[in-house]
Ligand binder design. Structure first.
Ligand code: NAP
Ligand code: HSE
Length: 465
C-alpha cells in the first residue's frame, strides 16, 4: 500500500499536513489525468424535484458545459426507489437503477450527486463515495447540519471534492460567497430567510389572507416543501441551513441540543394582522452571531419592520444578510427552493468539481473555519424586543396586573394597545423594549394562571435591521 501526504485545501483545517491519504484516494490519484478528453461521468442518487431539474439543466446546456469544463459531462446511472414512476423527459430511462452499488462500484463514475435527502442511507452513500475517491455534490442540509465536519474531513483526507451550494438558499450562491468572497474577512453575524416554504406560506397569509393548510399544499405542489413538510413549518429546515452557514462562517460544530428552533405552525392570522398595524411583517428568520465565547443560533418566526429589506422578500424568495467584520453588510437574495433554482446550484458545483478533476487538482472542498468548538448562547440569554398578545377578560385592573408582572421582571414596555373583542374578551398587544428572553418568559409564567387570561399568551420576537 502506498501512502501520499495530503495537503490542506482552501481555509479548512480538516486535512492537516500530517494526515495520510487512504488507498482508495491513491486509486483515485492514479486515475487523475491529463484527462485526455474522456467525459466526466456522474452517478445521480435521486431523480425527484431537484434531480429532475439537474437532468434538465445538464441536457439543455450540455454543449456550453462541455466548453466550460473541456470535456463532456455524462450521466452514467440514476438511482431511484421506484423505477416505474414517471420522470422528466430528459431522463434516459435505461440509466435507472434501484441498486446503489451500480453507482458506487462503477469505477468510471467520478462524481456522485446526492439529491435523495434523508440522513442514514444518503450519509452512508456519501461516505462510501468519498472513501472510494469520488467527489460528491449534495443538496442535503439535514445531513450536513449533523455530519458536515466529519464529511468535510473525509473529503479532505481523500483529496476529493465535497460541494453543497444547493443545501442553503436554493439558487443563491451563499456558500461560495462565504468560502470565496469572505476569504479575506470574518463573518460576525448572519440573518436569513432560509425556508422558502415558510416564506411562501407567510406571504400568502399576509398578502391574500390565505389559510395556512391551503398554502402549505400549494407549496408542496410547487416542489418547495421537504418530503416531510414538518421540517419546513416547524423550523428545522431553516435551522439546519443556519447550522451549515454557521459551520462555514463561525466554525460552529453541530450542537447536540439547546438551539432555539420554532416554526410557523400554529401562527394565528390575528397576529399577522396585528403585526401589520404596528408596522411589522411576520417572517421566519434564522440568525447566527459570533459572540466570542459562544455562538448564538436561532430560527423562529419574527416581526420585521415593513421598511426592512427582509419584509420585501416574498414568496419562495430567500435572503441572507452577511455582516463582515471589515466589509459590513452584504445582502444576497433569490429563489430559495424549487427544481430549477436548486438545480442551478447543484450543476454549478458539478462544473466546479469537474474542472478540478480535469485540471488534476485536489477536490474543491468547502472547508469549515478552524475554530475551537464553542457552546451555543443559551436561548434564555438572548436579548430582543418582543411582541406579546394576551386575550384577557375585559375587566378593571387587568392591564395593571399585566404591566406589573412585566415591570417586576424589568421588562420595559414600548407600546401597549387594547382592542375590545366579543364575549367580554379584550386583546392586549404589547411591544417591549429590548429585554432578556428569560425575563419575558418569567413575566408570562407569572401571568399564566391568572383567572383573567382567556388563552395562552402569544410571544413573537422582533428582529431589527
Ligand atoms: P424528492 O422530490 O422527494 O426526490 C427524492 C428522490 O430521491 C426521488 O427520486 C426518490 O426516488 C429518491 N430516493 C429517496 N430515497 C431513496 C432511497 N433510499 N433509495 C433510492 N432513491 C431514493 O426530493 P427533492 O425535493 O428533490 O429533495 C432532494 C434533496 O434536495 C433533499 O436533501 C432536499 O432537502 C434538498 N433540497 C431540495 C430543494 C427543493 O426545493 N425541493 C431545495 C434545496 C435542497 P423515487 O422518485 O423513486 O421516490
Ligand atoms: N424545503 C426547502 C424550503 C427547500 O422550502 O426552503 C429548499 O431547501
Amino acid at each position: 500500500m502506498r501512502f501520499v501526504r495530503a495537503h490542506a485545501t482552501s481555509r479548512a483545517n480538516f486535512a492537516d499536513s500530517g494526515s495520510l491519504v487512504t488507498s482508495a484516494a491513491v486509486k483515485h490519484e492514479e486515475r487523475r489525468r491529463p484527462h485526455g478528453g474522456a467525459p466526466i461521468r456522474l452517478g445521480l442518487l435521486g431523480c425527484g424535484t431537484v434531480g429532475g431539474g439537474v437532468l434538465r439543466l445538464l441536457t439543455k446546456n450540455a454543449a456550453e458545459f462541455r466548453r466550460r469544463v473541456g470535456v463532456p459531462i455524462e450521466v452514467r446511472r440514476v438511482l431511484v426507489r421506484d423505477a416505474d414512476k414517471p420522470r422528466v423527459d430528459e431522463l434516459d430511462r435505461s440509466l435507472l437503477t434501484t441498486k446503489v452499488d451500480d453507482i458506487l462500484t462503477d469505477e468510471d463514475i467520478e462524481i456522485v450527486v446526492e439529491v435523495m435527502g434523508g440522513e442514514g442511507f444518503a450519509g452512508d452513500c456519501i461516505e462510501r463515495a468519498l472513501s472510494s475517491g469520488r467527489s460528491v455534490v449534495t443538496a442535503n442540509k439535514a445531513l450536513l447540519a449533523r455530519r458536515g465536519p466529519t464529511l468535510l474531513e473525509l473529503a479532505g483526507t481523500n483529496r476529493v471534492g465535497l460541494a453543497f451550494e444547493a443545501a442553503v438558499g436554493g439558487g443563491i450562491p451563499v456558500i461560495r460567497t462565504i468560502r470565496d468572497a469572505f476569504a479575506s474577512d470574518d463573518v460576525v453575524e448572519l440573518t436569513g430567510i432560509l425556508n422558502g416554504t415558510s416564506n411562501y406560506i407567510l406571504t400568502r397569509m399576509t398578502e391574500d389572507g390565505a389559510l395556512f393548510n391551503d398554502v402549505l399544499r400549494e407549496a408542496q405542489d410547487k416542489g418547495y416543501a421537504e418530503a416531510d413538510p414538518s421540517l419546513d413549518i416547524d423550523g428545522h429546515d431553516a435551522a439546519q441551513k443556519l447550522m451549515v452557514l454557521a459551520m462555514l462562517a463561525f466554525g460552529a460544530r453541530p450542537p447536540e441540543s439547546g438551539m432555539l428552533i420554532e416554526g410557523i405552525r400554529g401562527l394565528d392570522a390575528v397576529d399577522v394582522k396585528l403585526a401589520g398595524q404596528f408596522g411589522y411583517v411576520v417572517k421566519h428568520v434564522a440568525v447566527g452571531k459570533d459572540r466570542g465565547a459562544s455562538v448564538e443560533l436561532r430560527a423562529h418566526a419574527a416581526l420585521v419592520k415593513k421598511s426592512s429589506v427582509f419584509a420585501n422578500v416574498s414568496g419562495v424568495l430567500n435572503a441572507i444578510r452577511l455582516e463582515g467584520h471589515a466589509l459590513g453588510p452584504c445582502l444576497l437574495s433569490g429563489r430559495g427552493a424549487g427544481d430549477m433554482p436548486t438545480a442551478v446550484s447543484v450543476v454549478a458545483d458539478i462544473l466546479d468539481v469537474a474542472r478540478a478533476i480535469v485540471a488534476g487538482a485536489p477536490g474543491i472542498v468547502t472547508g469549515a473555519r478552524p475554530l475551537a468548538a464553542r457552546p451555543l448562547t443559551p436561548p434564555s440569554e438572548i436579548v430582543l424586543r418582543y411582541y406579546l398578545r394576551l386575550a384577557v377578560a375585559d375587566e378593571p385592573g387587568v392591564m395593571a396586573e399585566i404591566a406589573g408582572a412585566l415591570g417586576r421582571e424589568r421588562v420595559s414596555l414600548s407600546q401597549i394597545v387594547q382592542t375590545e373583542g366579543k364575549d367580554g374578551t379584550a386583546q392586549v398587544v404589547i411591544i417591549t423594549h429590548e429585554a432578556r428572553e428569560s425575563a419575558v418568559g418569567a413575566a408570562l409564567s407569572a401571568l399564566a394562571d391568572k383567572r383573567f387570561l382567556r388563552a395562552p399568551a402569544v410571544l413573537l420576537r422582533i428582529e431589527e435591521g
